[in-house]
Design a protein around this ligand. Structure first.
Ligand code: ACO
Length: 325
């Protein structure tokens, strides 16, 4: 019996030119490099230029992924953009990216699950591919969180940055075994009881404004590790694989302490954990594809490596994707 698996053809990333260091931030709010590094592991973040919008970042990451995969844009039949910072309320920023890439067929839509957005988008793309509704899907995570930060709130503005990453998935025949390439399983969760612990205090329907990010940091921290490890365990249970079968653990890059604590609880050695949070802070839905691309570019991530992706974020939403690269 043959199955269809969603196999990664290529990936790409883009970070805006402007860099904001912890020392720069100490000139804006009452903070210090030491505090930020000790509590989060973050050293710097990238900030989009005034004339750069989320779809510009996403387009650059997508162009890079297309070049990396060696395919033409017009062979893509679905674009899913994970973002919580769209250019406009509508149309979807995915449609702007589709236009920028010169694609006039198929479909494009945005997906909003905050920091878990890329996991939600990958899982959705995988469903389209497995059911034969799409053959090649461009999955992008792109964010300009700098636009929704309260730059006077030191408890949040030091944590986030802008960026974009993308992967291209293609449906390929598989024998269904756990060592074949492609996405093996995905698991999504959400629980709105936590919706006020991490949210934006504005929106088109409620206030008619964009609003600013608000967060109960300690509450997020308290739930993060348990939620992350639960969905990773769900992926292990669904496949029969275990922590020692992983070549790489590529978590959402929010905070180095959350990443280290999750890896420890799961029994994954830190040498197998891809960490990029120090270089660009929390880029929400862009963080996982940014980390994937860095590991692919520097040669760590090799074909057929078994990789666990996971994220947790506002809502709360959380999820995991297990794949063979
Ligand atoms: N610089 C200096 N001091 C600060 C700063 C800052 N940037 N921010 C807060 N403080 C102060 C506080 O005011 C407080 O001072 P006080 O004791 O005089 O009241 C003190 O530092 C300690 O504050 P806490 O909130 O207890 O600090 P904590 O150790 O919890 O660290 C942090 C805060 C980093 C936000 C932590 O709670 C955290 O990482 N939470 C997870 C949040 C996160 O990662 N969110 C990302 C989105 S969700 C996701 O992606 C998973």
């Amino acid at each position: 019996m043959t199955f269809i698996r969603s196999v990664v053809l290529g990936c790409g990333r883009y970070l805006p030119k402007k860099i904001l260091t912890n020392h720069d931030l100490a000139d804006i709010v009452d903070t210090s490099n030491e505090w930020i590094v000790q509590r989060t592991g973050i050293h710097r973040r990238h900030i989009a230029a005034d004339n750069e919008v989320t779809s510009d970042l996403g387009t650059k990451a997508a162009e890079c992924a297309l070049a990396n995969a060696g395919i033409q844009a017009d062979t893509i039949d679905l674009i899913i953009l994970a973002t919580s910072t769209p250019d406009l309320t509508f149309p979807a920023s995915a449609v702007h990216i589709q236009h920028n890439l010169g694609i006039r067929k198929g479909a494009a839509f945005d997906m909003q699950a905050v920091c878990s957005g890329f996991i939600y988008a990958l899982s959705t793309a995988d469903m389209y591919i497995q059911t034969g509704k799409a053959k090649r899907v461009l999955v992008i995570g792109a964010e300009t969180f700098s636009r929704i930060l309260d730059w006077e709130d030191r408890t949040t503005c030091v944590l986030f940055g802008d960026g974009a990453g993308a992967v291209i998935l293609e449906g390929q025949e598989s024998n269904g075994k756990m060592d074949d390439r492609g996405i093996l399983t995905s698991h999504l969760r959400s629980d709105g009881i936590h919706r006020e612990k991490l949210y934006v205090d504005g929106g088109p329907s409620k206030t008619g404004t964009t609003g600013h990010l608000r967060m109960e940091g300690q509450e997020v921290f308290k739930h993060a590790v348990g939620m992350i490890t639960d969905v990773v365990d769900d992926a292990f249970a669904a496949t029969g694989l275990k922590a020692s079968d992983l070549d790489w653990f590529i978590p959402h890059q929010a905070n180095e302490r959350i990443i280290n604590a999750s890896a420890k609880k799961l029994g994954i050695p830190l040498e197998k954990v891809v960490k990029t949070v120090s270089k660009h802070g929390n880029t929400s839905a862009a963080s996982i594809p940014l980390a994937i691309c860095e590991a692919a570019e520097d040669g760590r991530l090799k074909q057929n490596d078994t990789v666990m992706l996971e994220a947790m974020g506002g809502g709360f939403t959380w999820g995991s994707v297990l794949l063979n690269w």
